[in-house]
Write a protein that binds this ligand. Structure first.
Ligand SMILES: Cc1cc2nc3c(=O)[nH]c(=O)nc-3n(C[C@H](O)[C@H](O)[C@H](O)COP(=O)(O)O)c2cc1C
Length: 196
């Protein structure tokens, strides 16, 4: 699979096959990929918390907010839940929290692409109960949870569709229950401009 195919394959998966476990070793492999990602000034301020045990996954799940654009959907059913997670933490002793967002994004996409390359689905979740998670993990004040990555075997069909200019960009489910993700066309993205 070439790079563009892998990028297209790497979608936000929200319905998984919960019967397929994801081992801690697999999560460690994904974290190892993020280890080599670029970070501002090479400070490497992120820490990655692997969660693969069922009991821990069950504690984390209620802290997550799924699919804001699908308010009628209550989130993944028990048999659709992710088998594992990676929580990305910012070590604010290394970099102030307001400066880690780009590093978090790059690390998250590195993990998502690596997961797709081994046939695992991933969803980045920025909407979660931060205080509950901090408390539940008994994190020190200096470690801030930034993003949760849900990981597991993909259990839904996802279609990329071209979004016409001015059209709604909200994802939706079609009549076949495919999850559809509108993406702006190349014409709209390429901003040609002359330098003076
Ligand atoms: C920084 C970030 C935070 C996100 N947070 C959530 C979230 O809390 N819940 C959720 O269901 N999806 C979340 N998503 C997934 C986006 O909704 C998704 O990327 C978007 O719908 C486009 O779909 P695609 O990733 O398949 O291209 C997040 C994505 C990013 C990049």
């Amino acid at each position: 699979m070439n790079m563009i195919e892998l990028i297209k394959k790497s979608r936000s998966v929200r319905r998984f096959d919960a019967s397929v476990p994801v081992t801690r070793d697999t999560l460690i492999g994904l974290i190892d990929a993020a280890r080599f990602a670029p970070t501002g000034a090479n400070k490497q301020p992120l820490r990655f918390l692997p969660v693969s045990e069922k009991a821990a996954c069950d504690k984390l799940f209620p802290m997550l907010h799924w699919a804001m654009a699908l308010p009628e959907w209550k989130g993944p059913e028990p048999n659709e839940r992710p088998a594992a997670y990676i929580v990305i933490l910012a070590d604010t002793e290394i970099v102030p929290e307001q400066r880690v967002a780009m590093d978090v994004g790059i690390a998250a996409q590195t993990i998502a692409l690596t997961a797709a390359s081994i046939d695992l689905g991933c969803c980045m979740l920025g909407a979660f109960k931060k205080e509950d998670l901090t408390q539940c993990l008994q994190l020190p004040d200096t470690l801030i949870p930034e993003l949760v990555l849900a990981i597991g075997k993909k259990g839904e069909n996802i279609r990329l569709v071209d979004a016409r200019k001015g059209n709604d960009l909200r994802y939706y489910r079609d009549e076949m229950d495919n999850h559809c993700v509108p993406k702006r066309t190349l014409d709209e993205l390429v901003y040609d401009h002359r330098f003076i």
